[in-house]
Design a protein around this ligand. Structure first.
Ligand code: HEM
Length: 156
């Protein structure tokens, strides 16, 4: 069981690196580097589709399953309602994660799609702004999850 726990924490951190690292790279390196080029709309759509596809099919399920198992190994309880008795941060993380998933769904399956259409049409629109803002809010929530993860393990 101990080995499984170590593997779970490893996969938890690795999947978080992909998701949060991917969002960071997109925002601070890729978009500023190519946003002035003519191919930007088509390139951005291709990259966003691939990142989103991997996130929904592999990364989000992996973060949830390993997070859930980590929480069980730390608290001894299967039920998230019981986690609050042992680790409020673990209970908090579980719920913030669903907010991240909800915002990502709005971003990836509705606003983001509309924003790319407007981007391709060369139109600036409130939907493009809203899509960018949801991305930023999710990034901040991801940083909060990172800090909560560190606090769960090390306390402060
Ligand atoms: C975007 C989502 C998430 C991020 C960014 C994240 C980040 C992290 C990080 C970086 C750690 C390692 C901390 C360290 O070793 O110092 C960690 C540990 C942990 N996370 Fe998450 N996590 C996420 C989602 C979740 C979810 C959904 C749960 C609960 C269901 C969860 C429960 C835990 C637990 C219990 C640990 C402690 C692992 C251990 O026992 O060593 N996490 N998290």
């Amino acid at each position: 069981m101990r080995t499984l726990y170590i593997i779970s924490v490893f996969l938890h951190i690795l999947s978080v690196i992909f998701w949060l690292g991917g969002a960071t790279f997109l925002s601070f390196v890729l978009i500023p580097s190519i946003s002035k080029s003519q191919e930007y709309p088509a390139l951005f759509e291709k990259i966003a589709k691939r990142y989103s596809g991997i996130t929904w099919s592999l990364i989000f399920p992996l973060i949830l399953i390993t997070g859930y198992f980590n929480a069980y190994m730390r608290t001894g309880f299967f039920s998230p309602a019981k986690w609050i008795e042992v680790s409020y941060d673990t209970f908090l993380k579980f719920h913030i994660f669903f907010l991240i998933v909800l915002l990502s769904a709005v971003h990836d399956f509705w606003l983001g799609k509309k924003a790319v259409e407007h981007l391709k049409a060369g139109k600036s629109s409130p939907l493009r702004k809203a899509s960018a803002w949801i991305g930023r809010i999710n990034f901040v929530l991801g940083i909060i999850m990172l800090l909560l993860g560190i606090r769960i393990v090390r306390g402060w």
